[in-house]
Ligand binder design. Structure first.
Ligand code: IPE
Ligand code: IPE
Ligand code: MG
Length: 246
């Protein structure tokens, strides 16, 4: 089984993003309710955050709840929100101990009041940390994010703050929820599904994709290392030829 010490520290992805999928199926396999899967997913989050921090990954972004996930049964949504509040409360100390700065992206104002309050508290209490940036995507949808950016930029154009000819990729980047993050280098999705599900469409333009056939609650150190090793063995050409890279 792979361990963290196999990772080449000179070639780390700066920004890892994870679509944490398969909680429901993990529970179903065990004859339990879907929420049991979510409860057990928390340990995989803790484990992955800790391992990324140990590796000194600069940015880790976790897809925790999508704009589309609001359409799930009410009890499931409620449980996910309760789990969020409980985990934030519980993990504050560990985040500080590991020098991790918490951030959130998405339509945060659509979350229940309690979740918003807990979230902003942990964000402010970890804001001085200088290590890994841990970003939770909550009520996040990439199309919604792009729509909001277009709206904001349009208003600025209308008010003569930006002129249309000056709209470039940097301007667009600065109006996305992720303005404080670099592009994604490595995108991991668990559960065997090979899709993006409205996650960071703009930011993954040149990300390396890694799909793994493991349900999220089972995701551990050796899976993370496997993904990073795969990333480190790939040639990222960004449109150039192989010869141009050396
Ligand atoms: C991921 O697991 C967690 C969230 C989307 C919140 P799922 O709940 O999607 O589990 P599956 O994919 O149905 O097994
Ligand atoms: C994507 O998983 C969202 C999160 C992991 C939070 P889903 O389970 O919602 O995605 P689909 O519906 O299978 O595409
Ligand atoms: Mg799913």
């Amino acid at each position: 089984m792979h361990t963290l010490d196999e990772v080449n520290k000179e070639k780390l992805p700066k920004h890892i993003a994870i679509i944490m999928d398969g909680n429901g199926r993990w529970a179903k396999q065990r004859g339990k309710l879907r929420v049991f899967g979510h409860e057990n997913g928390v340990e995989a989050v803790r484990n992955t955050v800790e391992n990324c921090a140990k590796l000194q990954i600069q940015c880790l972004t976790l897809y925790a709840f999508s704009t589309e996930n609001w359409n799930r049964p009410k009890v499931e949504v409620q449980t996910l929100m309760k789990l969020l509040v409980a985990s934030l409360r519980k993990e504050l100390e560990t985040l500080n101990k590991n020098n991790i700065k918490l951030k959130a992206i998405g339509k945060i104002d659509t979350l229940p009041q309690k979740a918003q309050k807990e979230l902003s508290e942990v964000i402010s209490k970890t804001s001085k940390n200088t290590g890994m940036i841990l970003t939770l995507a909550l009520s996040y949808g990439s199309r919604d994010e792009i729509k909001s950016a277009v709206k904001e930029i349009s208003i600025k154009v209308k008010n003569n703050i930006i002129s249309p000819e000056n709209i470039d990729e940097t301007v667009i980047n600065t109006h996305l929820y992720t303005h404080f993050l670099p592009d994604v280098d490595l995108l991991i999705r668990t559960s065997g599904e090979h899709r993006i599900s409205n996650f960071l469409l703009w930011q993954i333009a040149y990300a390396e994709l890694y799909f793994i056939d493991v349900f999220w609650p089972d995701f551990r150190e050796h899976h993370l290392v496997e993904a990073i090793l795969s990333y480190q063995n790939r040639e990222r050409r960004f449109g150039k030829t192989s010869e141009q890279l050396t």
